[in-house]
Design a protein around this ligand. Sequence first.
Ligand SMILES: [Zn+2]
Length: 472
Amino acid sequence: MIKQDYKPQNNQEFSRSSLKSSFPKWLTHPFLIIGMAVCILLLALVLSDSDKKSDAILVVEEVNNIVEQKKRYSTPVEINLELKNNTATQPQATPIAASPVLSVQDEWLSESVKKGDNLSLIFKRIGLTPQQVHQVITLDDNTQLLKRLKPGEVISYKLDDNNNLLALKYIINIQQTLYIDLLDEQLSSRIENKSIEYRTAYAQGKIDDSLFMAGKKAGLTDTQVMQLANIFDWDIDFILDIRKGDSFSMLYQEEYVEGEKIGNGAILAAEFINQGKRFSAVRYTDEKDNSSYYTPQGLSMRKAFLRAPLKFSYISSNFKPRRFHPILKRWKAHKGIDYRASTGTPIRAAGDGRVIASSYSKYNGKYVFIQHGQGIVTKYLHMSRRAVSKNKRVKQGQVIGYVGATGLAEAPHLHYEFLVNGVHRNPRTVKLPKAKPIDKAEKDRFLKTTKPWIEQLASRNQLLNNEETIAP
Ligand SMILES: [Zn+2]
């Protein structure tokens, strides 16, 4: 019934002038809208009962949604009343009211960029001359962007009756648009930047299978999971120490442009509970505009040594904590830790230092030793390839070689040793040099700016814990 009411309008040619004049005034009368809304509602109720999603009319979808929302909170009688009000006060939900957009005087025309296209071809298609192409392309630096058009992009333009270019619009990306305007018979260009709006989001997860899986379940991207792991890289060995039941939570930024999410921003605050031990971090941007992570007390998360000499992202996407077998026994047996990983996995220096050996032997295979400060030496064995030579200085995290099975190794793995004053120590339990506190001059500002994030994360976690306790 509703559909038929609308049909004549829908089939009409959507030319600007005819559309505007073809809507009789009575169609926008409030009683009629209310009447139609009731019909739509009845149809919506029928559709929602049969549990089928209708894509016939957008309006029905909308009303359906409202019905679904109201259902949770009120009785069906109340729904009727509320809905009438809703529809009556939101006439833009009907196709009739949506039309005024088309009645703009000087409409933008547009031309899509095709495969193998360029500005000359596009201008030719829309009736402009090579001189006009030249004029635009040589205008300034901004218009150089028009030399690199990609298929699917759109050039919008306005012409006068003599085919003079009045304006050109090119969407560079979701945030930037290039405009060329004719002002005082001179073309000029400008790039308009839409501002990014940052919203704060919360995510939390419990590890059941792998950190990546838990991240996915929590609605995080793999990149965000890696960012999270990077924050705690000095405290947690994400390859060997992660267990089922470990959990994390974080506040992070989401980036919006004109109400549309365009991506994720930085992690603002995060917590990781690893084998019952809680680690907290908060992001702070200092007065020189450097951002880094600190404990809530203001100690840097960065320390002299990374917990693991391999990046977890290369390994643990298929890592199953349940199949883990205790590493400590193995450590006692041969004074090192074995990281199973496929050949070619990059090995990183655990800390800043100097390469004191980069060589080959029958047992070690290809190996690298690094001398760090405070009498600490780290050793990396069985490499397939070495990436540093003797006496070279290396930075923490720098790739020094690649996992292999050279020397006495049955399968590709990294054998990693940590020595303090010549004595083998377990790098996973050894007391490492203390982290640096934040600069004294920044301390007050740090506490003031980071406190809200820490508190917000804590209260979100608290809320979740309460819910879990209440739930049966
Ligand atoms: Zn080993």
